[in-house]
Design a protein around this ligand. Sequence first.
Ligand code: FE
Ligand code: FE
Ligand code: ZN
Length: 305
Amino acid sequence: MEELYIGSHVSFQRNEQLLGSVVEALSYGANTFMFYTGAPQNTARASIDLELTSLAHKLMKENNIDIQKVVVHAPYIINLANDNDKYEFAIRFLKEEIARVEMLGVELLVLHPGSHVGLGSEKGLENIIQALNIVIDSKTNVKICLETMAGKGSECGKTFEEIALILKGMNYPDKVGVCLDTCHIHDAGYSLQNLEDLLTQFDNIIGLSKLWVLHINDSKNEKGSHKDRHENFGIGNIGFENLMNIIKHPKLKGIPKILETPYVSMADNLKEKIYPPYKFEIEMIKNRKWNHNLIEDIRNYYKKD
Ligand code: FE
Ligand code: FE
Ligand code: ZN
């Protein structure tokens, strides 16, 4: 699997910024990663430190991390589907976020299309198209990747058709693509049992050339549940084999694959602590062999400190 780009969500902290993110990704044995430029649930953002950024770039080069495979996730409170009083703020924030991502030298920006909150899907999709066409101009270098959603609440982008409709409305179609999240499409009702059929369907409706990022997560719930609760790799309703098939598929080679599986909890002196599963999940993926003791191994590893 020479061309496997595998990584996970990592943190991006105010004092270490991108350099800290790279160090964390390397500690998991990853060769790519994804981060939020601040807390995902709010829009408070520190300005980008150029010195930390250049140190991060140097460390990436030394460790064969291709920055073109690195991903930023826009905060999920940006909602472009509802043109209420926060619509203009969301548009402005996304513009600023794109500038931050460009300063970091990153190219891929994952974005949740948004929730229409009662306006109806049609109006929601219209609002998303309008907002993106305001945000993206001829000078935009970042590639926006619209994430496929589980269909929780009034989320737009829960079908390939809805994503395709947004893409069709773009003034700069080359600057917008897709992030496919395995947990989300499973929860939205797509089967991952037959990957060939799924990829054919994606290709017919959206086009495989538009698939720029993959979020690799198992799901805690049944297919079609519209819940969006991620599970650790191989122990949910999608399962090890179906997830591995995506990771190994020749047509998906070269696409960064990002784990957003949940942290593992452990009682420690009567306090509940949580630990990242990524080092062990990445190891399991590279071995291509199911680790029955995944959760135990994670707990044992972090018990030491
Ligand atoms: Fe997401
Ligand atoms: Fe995701
Ligand atoms: Zn999710």
